[in-house]
Design a protein around this ligand. Structure first.
Ligand SMILES: *Cc1c(COP(=O)(O)O)cnc(C)c1O
Length: 423
């Protein structure tokens, strides 16, 4: 599918006058439409809810939009819990899925009344001693082995190597124990493959979880109230990739639900999702300016953004499509490495990419950065985090996070006289 920016060059130039590049920009219209489609795809399930994975895009203004679309929030840390609380999420609007969880995180999740999704069997007693077991509790399942969508299907991921979750026997014993400790409502969660580009991932995952739910009922008498399919539905980062069809995915889960859960008397289990990438990635972009070029053994274009603003290409060689604004129809007859300025050779947004001729000052639009983009940012080389901008459905824009300043970077020395840059 051809990849087109969701914003025009003229609009970006207008924004740039107020908010210098680099910045991440988000498309409110796209976010809302996609959230509505997801809800529609699971409308057959009366308890359905998406808990947006806050770590993907932890910005309260984005979270408010998703909240208006009916989403709750999936948090993985103390600060994400604080953020969800401040956005106004209440009790079961919050899911807390963490691992190697510190005591204070459990305590805050408990205090907020969030649904706690335990990562390990030993956490049952830890939580019991710390706060007591809440009435509603969830466990994360890791069946081990390799995850495939069909017998012949390529292996999509290897849960046996993943640090998360309870084993099969532990989870059965876990529900027994939680029941004994007074829990009343139970959920199960599993996340077995990441960034999947197939309509089969959720249905196959759902079948595994639904069968396990039936077994849990038979062996422990616990009837699960909700099953959380978690994240993992991917997006096509490359133009030649086919996007997932969320309607087909919802229908596939419905079929498994009717074949497995309904006959076992589990026909009122609520389905939850916990998507991050699918909710936001395509509706965000990193906008930068080409500021330097060099011609050595290869042709390089240097941007004012770097891996500190978008880490995925540097750490996993992830592909992000690049559009040179205003040159969408020009021939891609130049081969470039498009780089940031970190003292790390992996700081390249694109390698050997065929693009139109880039001139200094051109606006460079890096696609699909709406999830795990800004949020993975860091400050190496003393680089500062960028601003975030929201493009509204009426075409106006709003800064939803300012860029960091040197004072922010030095703020953690403010306890000293000599190195307090905020004085
Ligand atoms: C990261 C994460 C998600 C979101 O994953 P996506 O691939 O962005 O959909 C959901 N749940 C948990 C527990 C996660 O760690």
């Amino acid at each position: 599918m051809e990849k087109k920016p969701f914003v025009s060059k003229e609009k970006l130039e207008e924004i740039k006058k107020e908010i210098p590049t680099p910045f991440h920009i988000y498309d409110e219209k796209g976010i809302r439409e996609n959230a509505k489609r997801l809800k529609q795809a699971f409308s057959w399930n009366k308890g359905f809810r998406e808990y947006f994975a806050v770590k993907a895009t932890p910005n309260p203004f984005i979270m408010e939009i998703l909240q208006e679309e009916g989403c709750g929030f999936d948090c993985s840390s103390y600060t994400e819990l604080m953020l969800s609380d401040r956005v106004g999420a209440k009790e079961h609007d919050i899911m807390f899925s963490s691992n190697a969880t510190p005591d204070q995180d459990f305590e805050l999740a408990y205090k907020l009344g969030a649904i706690i999704n335990l990562d390990d069997f030993t956490h049952i007693d830890i939580l019991k001693d710390l706060t007591g077991i809440p009435e509603t509790i969830s466990c994360r399942y890791n069946p081990g082995g390799e995850f495939k969508t069909s017998e012949k299907g390529n292996v999509m991921d290897t849960p046996k190597d993943a640090k998360y979750g309870f084993t099969h026997d532990q989870i059965i014993e876990g529900y027994r124990k939680l029941k004994e400790y007074g829990a009343k409502r139970f959920g199960m969660h599993a996340f077995l493959a990441s960034n999947t580009l197939t309509n089969d991932y959720y249905p196959v995952l759902a079948s595994i979880m639904f069968k396990t739910a039936v077994e849990i009922k038979e062996k422990t008498g616990v009837s699960l109230s909700f099953i959380n399919l978690s994240g993992g539905v991917g997006i096509p980062y490359r133009p030649e990739q086919e996007p997932n069809d969320i309607m087909v995915i919802g229908e596939g889960v419905r079929k498994a639900y009717e074949e497995i859960l309904v006959p076992a008397g589990l026909g009122d289990v609520a389905i939850y999702t916990e998507l991050g990438r699918f909710m936001l990635a395509p509706y965000g972009a990193l906008v930068a300016t080409a500021i330097r070029e060099k011609h050595i053994h290869k042709e390089y274009i240097g941007l004012d953004a770097c891996a500190a603003n978008l880490m995925r290409p540097a750490i996993y060689g992830a592909y992000h499509h690049v559009t040179v604004m205003g040159k969408e129809n020009a021939p891609c007859d130049h081969k470039y490495d498009v780089t940031g300025g970190l003292c790390e050779n992996c700081d390249k947004f694109a390698v050997d990419r065929m693009l139109p001729k880039i001139d200094m000052g051109d606006l460079i639009y890096i696609h699909d950065t709406g999830a795990h983009g800004f949020s993975m940012g860091y400050n190496y080389n003393g680089k500062l985090r960028s601003a975030e901008v929201l493009l509204k459905p009426d075409g106006s824009f709003k800064m939803i996070r300012r860029a960091e300043t040197p004072q922010d970077y030095f703020a953690t020395f403010d306890f000293t006289e000599k190195y307090n840059f905020n004085k």
